[in-house]
Every structure is written in structure tokens, then in C-alpha cells.
Design a binder for this molecule. Sequence first.
Ligand code: PLP
Length: 375
Amino acid sequence: MLYLDHAATTPLRPEVRDAMAPYLGDQFGNPSGIHATARRAKNSIEEARERIAALIGAANPLEIVFTGGGTEADNLAVIGAALGGPGGVVTTAVEHAAVLESARFLGRIGHDVTIVPVDSDGCVSPDSIASAVDDGTAIVSVMMANNETGVIQDVAEVVRLVRSANDRTLVHTDAVQAFGSLPVDVHDHGPDLISVSAHKIGGPQGVGFLYVRDGVRLEPVIHGGGQELGRRSGTHNVAAIVGLAVAVESTVEGRSVYRERVAAARDRFEHDLRSRVAVRVTAGSASRLVSHAHLRFPGISAETLLVRLDYAGVAAAAGAACHSGAIQESHVLAAMGIGATAAAESIRFSFGRDDDAATGAEAAGIVTGVIEDLS
Ligand code: PLP
């Protein structure tokens, strides 16, 4: 099986599994307790927090808030900032549903919400983001890279322009897809809030973190026992948090090798396909993550192609997977002005850390065979 759906989720890294194992066995303590078993769990969580903070350059480990994944981190950032500040939200039309639906929720309860359009490559102009910011804007949320197309946004410029438009407005970036490929380093000129999810980087599903710059106040979205300094209640998933820290470490340490290998896989794949079949690369001239190949095969139904590829041993995806597993019309492609027909002929292949140019060539060979059968 050629697994080319790493944007959906990634296999657990062996070192992550090994690090988690004791916490699924005799290290079962609840870190909120007093006794030695609880204290060991608490120490493990605090070590994980320190490790992650150091790896992203955060001065204070308490700037890391553990969450139940990327969706929860996005909700906490967007809703938490809007409820805690003056209220308005500015975001883009291509954000993940975790951000867009949080913004829509805020709209329903009376907050000002502005959704800024993107160009035909899926890029948002930092100027148009800044122009949408006013005195009442609590938060701007612009993703580092898109989960469907891999297109990278100029978040640094967004931060710069938003700060000069309103220095009380917080900037959030969803780095869930980007973290595997792009450096995420926290510094004075960076975003105030950054979401990361473990399962996109070789960690377990259902855990992630939100970086929250020192001094930033968020209203919690999950209420309860006051864990995570009241910012995210609920008993910690100790095994998952330990796994998250190891996944972050392996990702940061292996990023440059990853980028080289995965770029070779993706570039070879696109190159070989282009020379053999009719194919269009979505946002082919934009700056994209090295992992993503979002391709349109004119005249071929994506749904049929996915099923045939699955038979042929290639796992890929169309649109964004939702809870039912059905293919939903992509709001990302629609926002880029890509019509329903073209969208229904488009597929996302996403490569991972074990892939290289040979994987790209092999995948292109299989995809070519299936396309020729279907043509
Ligand atoms: N944000 C982006 C860009 C994503 O790609 C995803 C997952 O697909 C999420 C957020 C949600 O993360 P999680 O699956 O950890 O809830």
C-alpha cells in the first residue's frame, strides 16, 4: 500500500510509541493528584511542556496549553480571544473548518466576523487582512499552510500589518499542516497564538497544543476542574502528551531531511505525471508545502479515481474528509474560484517522512495506469 494521505493523518513514529507505552501501563496516574503516582504523571507533563516550549523557542513553558488536538486549539484561540477581548474576528475563506466554524459561531452570538477572500492560488493578501482590522477586532486568524492545497500564507507580513493597524488585536495561525515542513519559531514579531496537532507529525490522534504568548488572556471554551491554568479543563491525556512532545522533537530535528526527501517524492510524482497524462497542478506556481500535490485530472471523476486507486494500492483523498467519510464540496477550491466540475475532478496526494523520489516515481506509475484505464 502506498499511503499518500499524510495530510489526513500520519503513522505513529516508533519512538513516540515507545515513549507512550509506560503511560498506558503502570504509569497511569492522574497528574492533578498529590501522591507519588500522580506526581510522576505531573512531572512527565511538565517535562513535555518544557521540551515543546524549548523546541519552538518559547521563553516560558506555561505558554504551551495542551489541548485535545488541532480543532480544540483553533477553537480556544479564536473563540477564547473573541470572548476575552473587544470581540471581532477577521479570518480567511480557506481556513480549516475548526477556525471557520468557530468564527461562524461567534457571528451567531453577535460578534463581528469578516471573512477575507483569497486569490486564484488560494493566497490571501496581508493588506486586505489589515484593512479589515478595526478598533473592535480581537483576533485575526490566518493559517500557515492550507490542508487541501498546501499553499503557504505570508503570516509574518500579516502579523506586521495587523500590529500596525491595531496593536491590541491578537494574531493566530493554524500551523497544523505546516508544522511538519516549516520552521515555527516563536519570537516578538511572530503570532500570539499558534495551533499544532500531534497526529499530523507522527504523534497520536486527539492531542495537540496551543502556543499562547505570555500575557495573552483567553476565555476558556472548556470549563471544569481548571487544569492548564484554567485555560483547558479536563484530566490530561498523559500518554498522548508525552507522545506529542517526542513527535515535536523528532519533527523539529528531522525537518530539513524531511523537506529534502519529501520534496523529491512530490516533485518526481508531479513531473512524471505531467509527462504522461493530462493533469493540472492546483496552485502550481504558488509557494506550497513540499508534501502536497493537489491535482486535477480533466474528465476523470475524483470519486471513481479514488476507489480505483484504492484497489491499486494507493491511498489518496478528495476535498476534506468529514466525519461521515463522504467527500464534501471543498470550500477551499470554491474560494479559489475553482468550479464544481473541476473540483469534482481533483485529488490530493500527500507524502510523508518515509517517502522519497522512488516513492514518487512508483506512485506516478500506478496513477498513470489507473488514469489510462479510466480514459
Ligand atoms: N487545522 C488544519 C489545517 C488541519 O489540517 C486539521 C486536520 O485536518 C485541523 C486543523 C484539525 O486538527 P485535529 O485533527 O487535530 O483536530
